[in-house]
Design a protein around this ligand. Sequence first.
Ligand code: HEC
Ligand code: HEC
Length: 462
Amino acid sequence: MNEESKKKINEKYERTLLKGERFWPDSIFKDVIMSFGIFLLLILLATFLGVHDSPKADPSDTSYVPRPEWYFLFLFKFLALYGQIPVLGKIEFIATIIIPGIAMGLLVLLPFLDKTPYRYYTKRIFPISIMSLLVVSMVTLTLMADIPTTAGEGIYIPGITQVIAGLIVPSAAFIILTLMNFVFKTTSTKVMIWTTVVSAVLMITFTGATLALAPVTEKTEAAVASTLEERIVAGQDLYSVHCVECHGEDGKVTTIEGVEGLEGKAVMAINGKDVLYTLNDATMAEVIAYGRPDAGMNPFGKAYNPEGLAKGEIDYIVTFMRYMWDDRFERPVIKPLFPALAAGEVPSYDVHIAPIVKRYCVSCHRPGKDSNAYLMDTYENITTSGDNAPSIKAGDANSPLLQVIQGTPIPDPDNPGQNLVGVMPPKSTLKADVIDAWMRWVMAGMPRTAEEAAALSTTPTP
Ligand code: HEC
Ligand code: HEC
């Protein structure tokens, strides 16, 4: 800085001083007003917008993939892209500590490094360029954060364009600008501006290409019951599979029957005030998750039992118990699983069997379960799949399926004393009307639609 400009700046300073603006109280007053405004804005946002709903955290869910908040996504993506670099990419702390450390350090040291007295932008091209590129980088990295960085085997074009947009162009630009500023000091501001603009355009173009080329990944959304009725029905389905064997369909069992090891054991009816009034929702969920191991109720929560239920599933069961049994809750009208059958009426797959199967069987008999080969997700599969197919033969009251749902296991001819198929469903007993529906359906020839069933019925159906 030469003497002349020093003098100019001092004069300017004197003039401002003369205007009489002081740090205390003038500047402080402005700051207070500003902070108060921001505070007010926060209160308004919290009151009227609030925090958006997301599912409750489930500490027992080991399949949960944590994602940073949106304002950290750029760092997250940067780390992922950095990992693509051969050799260096393996040294993670460079990307997680050293590079962000240098960036933060530079910010802290900025007032000491950048001592230029000028504020006019043409005199400050270097810092402005660096900052603009940083901002563009953060935005483009954030935009690309949701796109997978690699895709296994083969050439993955969105992966290449990402590395160009998020790593190569910005690093090259930072290096070139730094060289221009400190080494080739005569570089004109025009060249620097052009370098910045071209880099930014390249980054944006390649980001656009990445977004356009990325395969559309379908969000696998877990079926989440949203309405109260859906939650109650989901809870009822889970209760049917997991709890009925000991507590009975309506929770009023006081003596366990037919459960190995617990035969004749006295239990508290869980549908009465004693249980429902004493346990609030959280404790109830905890009782189900932890079980009553000493009394013979095994833990159902994933935290205590790897094959157990997720937190959300236990919450559905609690909701079901509350609304169906707790007299402080108004019991909503829940449609029965299937319309009751009149004498001589033949049930159909569509109206009767499909909902039964969905509630009592599909949890174990569906694609993706390795415990057995019998798929019950479609009509075709129910009638044809399985290790000992067919499990149901039209008109045969001794069909294996009919036997096992009535509590008669199928013995294994090769291993005397062993069962080929145990009773179904293994953990609960079906109600008489459900078994009756199965029986009538198989005996009548397993009609699929309501019309086919009506044609087979011996009484006119309404
Ligand atoms: C293998 C049998 C068995 C199964 C299956 C079972 N329980 Fe239990 N449950 C018990 C026994 C035994 C007790 C202890 C009863 C007692 O102490 O009177 C109990 C107690 C309870 C209690 C009362 C706890 C208390 O101390 O107040 C609740 C609530 C409960 N069970 C809910 C469930 C739910 C919901 C399911 C299904 C997810 C389930 N149970 C599955 C056997 C079972
Ligand atoms: C808790 C899991 C579970 C539920 C629920 C369940 N099953 Fe099974 N099922 C199995 C397993 C496991 C097998 C393999 C044989 C065995 O272990 O007994 C099987 C086998 C069968 C088989 C023999 C199929 C073959 O060809 O090998 C039939 C039939 C069957 N189940 C019917 C049913 C019906 C009907 C329901 C619903 C009312 C049902 N199951 C519910 C677990 C389940």
